[in-house]
Ligand binder design. Structure first.
Ligand SMILES: *Cc1c(COP(=O)(O)O)cnc(C)c1O
Length: 431
């Protein structure tokens, strides 16, 4: 199957990490998100071991919280020595309330409010990635007000095309993220950061996009950043202690995609860094990476109950489920493709091709189109795989649909990590 934690048991039921998904659907109801803890731990270790081995002991992984920010995830990753990026007060608060060590956090986001900056400094987050001049001044003022010094990295736009979807590409010159080199603004950015007393510039940050399967964009990006670092050293005598090269390693969502060799790619990036440091006579910086989806995506499966199967002659077959864009908006947003199967018929051949539709009042409320599937009928359990990232975190209450629960599986044992929303949750803020 798509990932090694997916299998089929003797009853012909789809299993995640050995747990029978049909039984879990019965126990917890649908729609339901499942999350395989062992798989998350495996991904954390691959990344952490690789950065320590190919970069340095002080190099680290910052999990990009936006992929899935729930208390349980912070408990799992902290045990694996993984740091985290947070982008909003909500993600910051979730991590803090989970008991996560504040100094492991990096405050990110392309428009941090004064309230967020103040809260982050108050909790004692380890660092900030600064996106623009206004923010630089704002962090400096608030830090000065509070009598503290903020450690910062400057987000530089590398102007790299990383061959991914437009919606998840972030590294081009005219991106809303970061400050570009070509226009001379990045140089001014460094100059200004160095001049402000309550800021401690510890390095540079860049991120070219998501769902990147090749390592070339990372090597190109590294080269751009090191050329820039060498230039800044010449101009201001400043060399970065840390270089954050972003996240975005691709995830295998479909059979047609390959599996990315994370360790092998990081090794190549490490070699390139050595070569660039020698070429520019720069001291080797410690490296941060910030994967999101590749930590949690393959750990996740979503279960639905099939409500209807509608055949429109030779045109199309709709299989409608009890969830949809409210728990997974990614096909509706940017045509992200997923695989699905009927969990209680996992041994049977996929003999139909269908559109999987949700229950929201939008024709675009689809999990996918042209999807091969076992012949389905009302009452079947439909599983969509590789939904650990950007599903729960992007879920909404559209049509006042309640968000599903999240159940974590560890060594075949299941436990509730997030309760299903109730009807009272849905109206609780209505006056
Ligand atoms: C989204 C994002 C990431 C993580 O991307 P993934 O594709 O989930 O790995 C990392 N860094 C930044 C700055 C991002 O915006």
């Amino acid at each position: 199957m798509l990932h090694s934690n997916y299998s089929v048991n003797g009853e012909g039921h789809f299993t995640l990490c050995g747990a029978d998904t049909v039984k879990l659907a019965e126990k917890y109801g649908t729609p339901l998100y499942l999350l395989d803890e062992n798989d998350i731990v495996k991904q954390c270790r691959i990344y952490r071991n690789a950065v320590k081995k190919y970069f340095s002991e002080k190099s680290a992984i910052y999990y990009a919280s936006k992929a899935l920010s729930i208390k349980e995830i912070y408990r799992i990753i902290e045990k694996e020595d993984i740091n985290a990026d947070v982008v909003s007060l909500g993600e910051l608060y979730t991590a803090i309330k989970a008991g996560y060590t504040p100094s492991r956090l990096c405050m990110h986001g392309n428009n941090k409010t004064p309230e967020e900056i103040r809260a982050a400094l108050g909790y004692g987050v380890g660092s900030f990635v600064v996106e623009c001049f206004d923010e630089l001044d704002s962090i400096s003022e608030i830090a000065s007000d509070m009598g503290v010094t903020a450690k910062i990295l400057l987000r530089i736009t590398p102007n790299i095309d990383c061959h991914t979807l437009e919606a998840i590409s972030t590294g081009k010159l005219d991106s809303k993220f970061g400050v570009p080199i070509e226009t001379g603004q990045a140089e001014k950015f460094v100059e200004r950061a160095l001049s402000l007393p309550h800021l401690d510039l510890i390095g540079y940050h860049c991120h070219c996009g998501s769902q990147v399967f090749e390592h070339e964009p990372y090597l190109d990006q590294l080269e751009v950043m090191m050329v820039f670092a060498a230039d800044m050293k010449k101009k201001f005598g400043y060399a970065p202690e840390y270089l954050n090269i972003g996240g975005g390693f691709g995830v295998r969502y479909n059979e047609s995609e390959g599996e990315i060799d994370i360790d092998g790619s990081i090794k190549l990036i490490g070699e390139k860094l050595t070569e660039l440091c020698e070429r520019f006579s720069l001291e080797r910086p410690h490296v941060f990476m910030e994967p999101g989806r590749s930590i949690v995506a393959s750990a996740g499966v979503t279960l639905y109950t099939v409500g209807s199967v509608k055949n429109i002659g030779d045109f199309r077959t709709y299989v409608t489920v009890d969830g949809g864009m409210s728990d997974n908006p990614r096909y509706a947003l940017y045509k992200a493709r997923y695989d699905a199967l009927i969990a209680n018929k996992a041994n049977m051949p996929k003999d139909i091709v269908c559109s999987i539709a949700g229950r929201c009042c939008e024709s675009g409320d689809l999990i996918g189109e042209d999807m091969p599937l076992q012949s389905a009928e009302r009452g079947d359990i439909l599983a969509v795989t590789v939904t650990g990232a950007y599903n729960y975190s992007m879920a909404s209450n559209y049509n006042r649909v309640a968000r599903p629960a999240i159940v974590v599986i560890k060594d075949g044992e299941d436990r509730l990590a997030v309760r299903r929303e109730t009807l009272d949750n849905i109206i609780e803020n209505d006056i």
